[in-house]
Structures are given as C-alpha cells and as structure tokens.
Ligand binder design. Structure first.
Ligand code: MG
Length: 236
C-alpha cells in the first residue's frame, strides 16, 4: 500500500465515522401517504366525519346526535352541542365548515358555531364576512382570548377550512405549575393564530387536577344552521 492510498483510506474512515453516527442518531420518520387532494385525510388520520354518518359522535349530554345529514355534510339543528366519542390530547385537526347562505342576524347571531379542542378551548366559527363583532369573538378567534391575525373569511354559504395544531397545556414537573399549551390555526390556508398560548387560571386548575389531559372534540350548536364536512384528526 502506498502512502498516498493509506492517507486516502484514513481520510475516508475519518469522514465515515461521524457520518454514520449522524445517520444513526435519529429514527427514520414513519411513511404517511398524504391525501390525493389538499384537505383530504392522510393515511394515519382518524376520520371523524366523511359525510356518511354520526358513528364517531354523540350529544355532549349523552345520546344520539340530533343534527341533520345533508349532501355529505352535517348541519346544526337546535338540538345541542355534539362531541366525539374518543378523547384527544395534542392534535392536528382539519375541519371544513360553511355559514348559512341565507344571511340572517348580525354580530354573534350570524352563522355562529365553534370548534372546541378538548371540549374546552374554542376556535370560533362565525360568518365574519362583512359582519362586525368583537375581535376575539370573530371567525378564527381563540374565543374570548385572542383575535385572528387577519380575517380570511369566505362569503356565507361557501366552504371554508380550519387546519389547527393544538398542543394541550400540561402539568409541570413540580406538580404546581402548568406548561402552557398552544394554538396554531390556518383559515382557508392563511395563518391566523401563530403559536398562541393556551393558559389561564381555569386551565391551570383543570390541568393540575388531571381533568384536562385529554378531551373530546366538541362542535357548538349556537342555534344557527352551520354545516360541517371532511373532519379528520391526527393525534401528535
Ligand atoms: Mg361560537
């Protein structure tokens, strides 16, 4: 072996060592097939509503869902909030909704509904197309907490999307403090909540008591015939 070849071999080994270490340091992420179109569920999602039935849902107060099924959508009737049978912690959620095409009422009385993560934290559903209300109560607001960054609403009757990343608040190591959660939300593809903090006195109490580790997804019946379709969730 010539000195030159030996030097090359040594250089090669020196390079391979760290590279192999680097490659082995992290697990390979699982393979997921994305939906065939934007908004369609990826292969690892739990489909909560595909337009066919309420098999994943029940009334918040128990019993069968009273909402209507119509043209592949669920429609709010005056029969109460509904919730998923399953409970969730940290999630990615996709949900599509439409305010009634026939415009009735104003402010909070127009196309009002809501998407509650863990049955606690509401991302507001409202017809906010040319409809003024208080900012932390308009469409896409973390209700009562944080207004959306912009109003990305479509016209009443048109389908709209929310893509939500929700990280639940969790108990801190000392058992007394709470690690805040967060909301990141896209409305019709537009970022409207950018890693907004989920915390507060009530939240702290619920988290520390263990009552807020997981919870169902709840959809609000506010008395307006809002429609929902294509709902899927990915526990994180
Ligand atoms: Mg609401």
């Amino acid at each position: 072996m010539t000195n030159a070849v030996r030097s090359l071999l040594i250089a090669g080994l020196a390079l391979c060592g760290p590279l192999t270490g680097y490659l082995n340091a992290q697990e390979e992420p699982p393979v997921v097939s994305p939906g065939s179109k934007a908004g369609q569920p990826p292969s690892d999602a739990i489909v909560l509503f595909d337009g066919k039935d309420f098999s994943q849902w029940e009334k918040v107060r128990g019993g069968e869902v009273g909402w209507k099924l119509e043209d592949g959508a669920m429609v709010v009737t005056r029969s109460g909030n509904i919730k998923t049978k399953e409970s969730f912690g940290d999630v990615q959620l996709h949900i599509e909704w439409a305010a009634p095409a026939e415009v009735k009422g104003q402010g909070q009385g127009r196309g009002n509904s809501g998407v509650y993560l863990q049955g606690r934290y509401e991302i507001q559903v409202l017809d906010s197309y040319q409809n003024k209300t208080y900012p932390n109560g308009q469409a896409g607001a973390f209700y009562g907490n944080n207004p959306p960054l912009v109003n990305a609403s479509r016209k009443p009757g048109e389908w709209q999307t929310y893509d939500i990343v929700f990280i639940a608040p969790k108990p801190g190591e000392d058992g007394k403090s709470v690690i805040p959660g967060s909301f990141t939300v896209f409305h019709n593809g537009v970022l409207i909540q950018n890693h907004v903090t989920v915390s507060g006195k009530k939240t702290t109490a619920a988290v520390l008591s263990g009552a807020a580790a997981k919870g169902p997804l709840v959809l609000q019946d506010h008395g307006n015939p809002v429609r929902y379709r294509n709902i899927w969730i990915r526990p994180l």
